[in-house]
Design a protein around this ligand. Structure first.
Ligand SMILES: *Cc1c(COP(=O)(O)O)cnc(C)c1O
Length: 363
């Protein structure tokens, strides 16, 4: 570099200027007059099961040691649960980390990544951080993927195409029929990601069977997480299921010792407590459907909610609803100018949402 071109101070790579900021769901401000609830991050409102806490406590005793870098016990547990070889798994610090790993492993600067928009807020951040280029394909009016437009957006520069099912923040899921037809037309050298962060909450006909799907393709990667249904958001564990060459690439670029010992142990214990965890998921699904039915009865056009959240596509009135919710002691996640995503929480919190929404439609 010539002296002329050299800046006076250290300068980050230019593409960092394109990285949008992650807006985390706000915690509620404590109030004297009422109990407040956080419905802004799609977290599981239930505490972890007792067996999970005990296992995590035990792991704390060995915090002077590094974790198992090979995630051996976790991979063995997942391999057994899912019926896949352990070599088809890659774990990371939340499935967000797997997105970065995939981009690092498959994208050169300037390569394109096609995904629906609006969708998970981490996608554009990860894509531009890694120097790749986002190709965002608008959702349909009812919050679904426009799969035809996504296929049309694939070019010679495309390395990755992502679907998010159920889609965060709008809620609808793809059907297996739709996904099969889509994957049949994705070029085989393009990695197709199926982000299944909310798969445990899906209750619909022709639901996606991720494991059967990835097993039929050389280019399909599933992203899954312990953060939502399993209630371990604070411990940061997610994983990918992919054919061996892709899984190996994901493991190769992972942060060494990324998943902590406590997180590994808690994830394994959660797999062991699955029956009880899934009962809680059923209760959340019942609450989701109760909220959805109540909102529809009030006249709201809520997209089909297959995750643990509902979407109010309010456009310019988005911040108004968020403010009304905050007033009632529930903090939601507004996307200014687009809509509000509201996580399904404790029944009392959900009741308050229903009340605020009723006043909002009337006023
Ligand atoms: C929450 C979420 C994730 C993963 O979160 P982690 O906590 O990083 O595992 C991935 N995809 C979507 C769509 C999500 O909503």
């Amino acid at each position: 570099m010539s002296d002329e071109a050299r800046p006076a101070t250290p300068t980050p790579r230019p593409h960092l200027a394109r990285v949008p900021a992650y807006v985390p769901g706000k915690p509620p401000a404590p109030r004297e007059d009422l109990v407040t609830y956080k419905l802004s991050s799609n977290e599981n409102p239930y505490p972890p099961l007792p067996g999970v806490i005990a296992a995590a406590h035990e792991a704390v005793d060995t915090m002077n040691r590094y974790p198992d870098m090979g995630n051996g016990v976790l991979y063995a547990g997942l391999a057994e649960k899912l019926g896949v070889p352990a070599s088809h798994l890659a774990a990371g610090t939340g499935s967000v980390a797997l997105i970065y790993q995939l981009l690092t492993a498959f994208c050169e600067p300037g390569d394109e990544v096609v995904y629906p928009w609006r969708s998970f807020e981490a996608y554009p951040i990860a894509v531009s951080t890694c120097g790749a280029v986002s190709v965002q394909v608008p959702l349909t009016a009812d919050g679904r993927h426009d799969l035809e437009a996504m296929l049309a957006a694939i070019t010679d520069r495309t390395r990755i195409v992502m679907v998010c099912t159920p889609n965060n923040p709008t809620g609808p899921s793809l059907t297996q029929t739709e996904l099969d037809a889509f994957l049949a037309r994705v070029p085989s050298h393009v990695v197709a990601v199926v982000d299944e962060a909310y798969l445990e909450f899906v209750r619909m006909d022709d639901a996606v069977d991720g494991i059967a799907t990835y097993a039929r393709h050389e280019n399909v990667v599933l992203f899954r997480t312990f953060s939502k249904a399993y209630g371990l958001a604070g411990f940061r564990v997610g994983y990918a299921v992919a054919p061996e060459p892709i899984a190996a690439a994901l493991r190769k670029v992972s942060l060494p010792f990324g998943v902590s010992s406590v997180a590994q142990v808690a994830a394994v214990a959660s797999l062991g407590a699955e029956e009880a965890l899934l009962e809680r998921v059923d209760a959340l699904v019942a609450e989701r459907d109760r909220v959805g039915d109540a909102l529809k009865a009030q006249g709201w056009a809520i997209p089909d909610a297959q995750g643990n959240f509902v979407w109010f596509g309010l456009g310019e009135r988005t911040l108004e609803l968020a403010a009304a919710c905050e007033e009632a002691g529930i903090v939601v996640r507004p996307f200014a100018g687009e809509g509000c995503r509201v996580s399904i929480g404790e029944p009392e919190a959900n009741d308050r949402l229903i009340e605020v929404a009723a006043r909002f439609v009337r006023g």
